[in-house]
Design a protein around this ligand. Sequence first.
Ligand code: PNS
Length: 173
Amino acid sequence: MKQITAIYPGSFDPVTNGHLDLIHRGCKLFDRLIVAVAQNQEKGGPFFSVEERVEMLQAMTSELENVTVDAFEGLLMTYCIEKRANAVLRGIRAVSDYEFELQMALMNRKIEPSVETVFMMPAEKYSYLSSRIVREIASFGGPLSGLVPELVEEHLRRRIAEKRPATIEIPTK
Ligand code: PNS
């Protein structure tokens, strides 16, 4: 029987409970699932380095036998061919995700017709969750429980503390 290797690509900056929900669903469907962290060129730079994101994902998926974590640079389809992957897994939370995901899936199909994109929905409770919102809540010291694993929350708090500007001492007379 044909073995299906799927790539779950993303920025994962940071990994959220929504991503983990999708990884758990995906690894039941595919023979092998490679979670692939993209080197992204976001304005202002990423919150966590690729190495940090890979480490966090590895820690969160260590008990899943058919899941590996990797990083990639360049075109996703080039990486899929390199890994002999037959599918790309992407999560769709709401209708608003669909337009961008459709464009990406069709463009990827044009580049490499042998790779199929498979969409899965995370649990409804994660439908409003995104890495961007998590970063914003974290930067204002808001509550993160239930949004990200505890380990990721610790990393976020530490990174925010590092980024906080030193307090200005106002001299007293
Ligand atoms: O988590 P994200 O930011 O939604 O992930 C987007 C990602 C990394 C999957 C996408 O930007 C991507 O595939 N980047 C690699 C470059 C590429 O192949 N671009 C063409 C896609 S049509």
